[in-house]
Design a binder for this molecule. Structure first.
Ligand code: ADP
Ligand code: MG
Length: 598
């Protein structure tokens, strides 16, 4: 009687097992990068061709392997790292199952060159469908280079299952970002089709974030830090005003491993509640350090989804930590070298807890609609807004009309225009000084940013303007058309490198339409880099910067009050989009100190 049960041929078994570990090029990238990190490399280079389908190569300057280990590394369950299943999370190395190289060898042609630093020569090994085809000494740099060629060449089903190159490369970048963020002290390079995509020098986390996502990130991040017995949290969260429509840069790491956890994601979102518009998402780069015993071990370690044993507490700690960071940010003045030290906004007393700013989102808000009401317009400011403003002077700030019995009787204090540049107004603690240009920048910026979806308010031109552009300018305009549209520009291609300007943001005078667009393009060219990553922010800031410097403000108290009101209705009233102070308070005690003892 012949048996109906048969053993799978070994190469088939291997391919099946490999499918678990290597699902797409990005999985191979992850495994190779993690091996290089584990090998103690300080420099890691990733080379990709055709989104990884023809080549994935990782070159590191780590420990390297001797000839014996090099061969062994390709056997299944060969690992220099594992202890036992329980301490998987204890292990500070990334790999632990000894399956990655074996799996890759089962579904690709693999070429490895490796050399320990102490040896003169290295080893070359070529493996194809699990079979070692060649092994010989070779000359090579200390460290290891592993090239995965023609991934899935022998598994057509997998190969056909791959998505477009654009999608696969996206996954590769994601894996690269995760490892590069977790190890900012390691230098990383990424080449795709011979083009250098990333060149990341060793540094701290903030520098690494800026290195990956762009220099503008330096001003987008708030430090996050908390140590408790349960968990230590560190990293950065995005400032509320940089929240975006797209789910963008959101990273959790536990003990330096990238993880996902929708519950903790929710904790972060909850911390921003009321501070960012519905449907926008903050960025975050959060690192948890915890005793591995506190991680739910029932969850498979190769999965990125993990749970904490006491997740409710971690949720609460995370939420309040981030809330506190946001609160501290809206309280603390930023470094501003233009600032006259005598005018410095005092920090709140140490013992006063930093409250997160109150909800202030009003999508329908139009800062340039003059309220038409004269004095007392400020009364309309909500209590929440007053609380937020109170950062300027913890107990003493009272603008005209604010609701408190302690009001000093300045109910109708009239703001005053100084040299067309500053608005002066009496407040309870002294003199409030507003920089008009910076205030206008802030107001316009938030207005432009508020139009995230579809077209912003646009003013149709009676006589559309025809404008011809240089090739680079024209290309730039095309690439930022959605942003321009969101800001209120209505443009229409009109022959070669020519655009018809049909409409402009309402804040632009009809006759300035062409000029403003020209200047904006010029500004954006100057800005260069910033544009790549957050086009909308960059375009909005530039346009706000331009428009804030045009037009004159009337010295009519009603228009001054309207401007004050518009400024304090902003999310981040106290800073211009480039982080400079919009307001200062000259306190009574500072003033009397200037006059000296009487
Ligand atoms: P794991 O990482 O789980 O141990 P792998 O299959 O990824 O399993 O690697 C097997 C072994 O090969 C590792 O444990 C390590 O000893 C060795 N190895 C792999 N890549 C490298 C590298 N870049 N440098 C030095 N040793 C490596
Ligand atoms: Mg590994």
């Amino acid at each position: 009687m012949s048996s109906i049960i048969q053993l799978l041929p070994e190469h088939v078994a291997n391919q099946i097992a490999a499918g678990e570990v290597i699902q797409r090029p990005a999985s191979a990238v992850k495994e190779l990068l993690e091996n290089a990190v584990d090998a103690g490399a300080t420099k890691i280079k990733l080379i990709i061709k055709e989104a990884g389908s023809t080549l994935i190569q990782v070159i590191d300057n780590g420990s390297g392997m001797n000839a014996f280990d090099a061969r062994l590394a390709f056997s299944r369950h060969a690992t220099s790292k594992i202890r036992n299943a329980d301490d998987l999370w204890e292990i500070r190395t990334m790999g632990f199952r000894g399956e990655a190289l074996a799996s890759m060898a089962a579904v690709a042609r693999v070429e490895m060159k490796t050399r320990p630093h102490s040896d003169e020569t290295g080893t070359l090994i070529e493996v194809e469908g699990t079979e070692i085809k060649r092994q010989e000494p070779c000359a090579c740099q200390p460290g290891t280079s592993i090239a995965i060629k023609n991934l899935f060449y022998n598994v057509p089903a997998r190969r056909n299952f791959l998505k477009s190159n654009t999608v696969e490369i996206r996954h590769i970048f994601d894996e690269f970002h995760r490892v590069a963020l977790a190890f900012p002290a390691i230098a990383f390079q990424l080449f795709s089709n011979d083009e250098e995509i990333f060149q990341l020098s060793p540094g701290n986390l903030k520098q690494r974030i800026a290195g990956i996502f762009g220099a503008t990130w330096n001003e987008k991040l708030l430090p996050v830090q908390e140590n408790t017995d349960l968990v230590s949290i560190s990293g950065f969260a995005g400032k509320p005003e940089f929240a975006r429509k797209t789910r963008g840069e959101q990273f959790f790491f536990v003990n330096n491993r990238y993880i996902r956890n929708s519950n903790l994601h929710h904790a972060v979102i909850a911390a921003y509640e009321g501070l960012i518009p519905q449907g926008t998402f903050p960025s975050y780069f959060i690192f948890f350090e915890t005793n591995p015993a506190r991680i739910d071990v029932n969850i498979h370690p190769t999965k990125t989804e993990i749970k904490f044993e006491d997740e409710r507490s971690v949720y609460a700690i995370l939420r309040s930590t981030i809330k506190r960071s946001i609160g501290a940010y809206s309280l603390a003045p930023q470094l501003d070298f233009d600032q006259n030290p005598a005018f410095e906004i005092p920090l709140p007393p140490k013992h006063v807890p930093a409250n997160a700013p109150a909800p202030v989102i009003n999508p329908g808000y139009d800062p340039f609609k003059n309220s038409g009401r004269p004095d007392g317009a400020l009364k309309r400011l909500s209590q929440a807004r007053w609380d937020q403003l109170a950062f300027i002077d913890q107990e003493a700030l009272l603008l005209p009309g604010a609701s408190t019995q302690e009001n000093t009787g300045t109910e109708n204090s009239i703001p005053w225009l100084l040299h067309g540049r500053y608005i002066l107004s009496q407040v309870k603690s002294g003199l409030l000084i507003i920089d008009i240009i910076r205030a206008k920048e802030r107001i316009l910026f938030e207005k432009f940013i508020a139009h995230t979806a579809g077209a912003g308010a646009s003013q149709q031109l009676l006589f559309p303007v025809v404008r011809e552009f240089s090739a680079p300018d024209y290309a730039l305009i095309q690439s930022i058309e959605p942003e321009l549209k969101a800001m209120g520009f209505s443009l229409e291609p009109f022959g070669t490198r020519t655009m018809l300007i049909n409409g402009v943001p309402p804040d632009i005078l009809e006759q300035d339409a062409g000029k403003v667009l020209d200047q904006l393009i010029e500004q954006i060219h100057k800005g260069g880099e910033e544009l790549k990553l957050d086009t909308k922010q960059a375009v909005a800031a530039k346009l706000a910067g331009l428009l804030a410097r045009t037009g004159q403000i009337s010295s009519e108290p009603s228009s001054l009050i309207a401007l004050i009101e518009q400024l304090f209705a902003c999310n981040t009233a106290n800073y211009s989009p480039s982080g400079k102070s919009t307001v200062q308070i000259l306190r009574m005690d500072e003033l009397s100190a200037r006059f000296g003892k009487s």
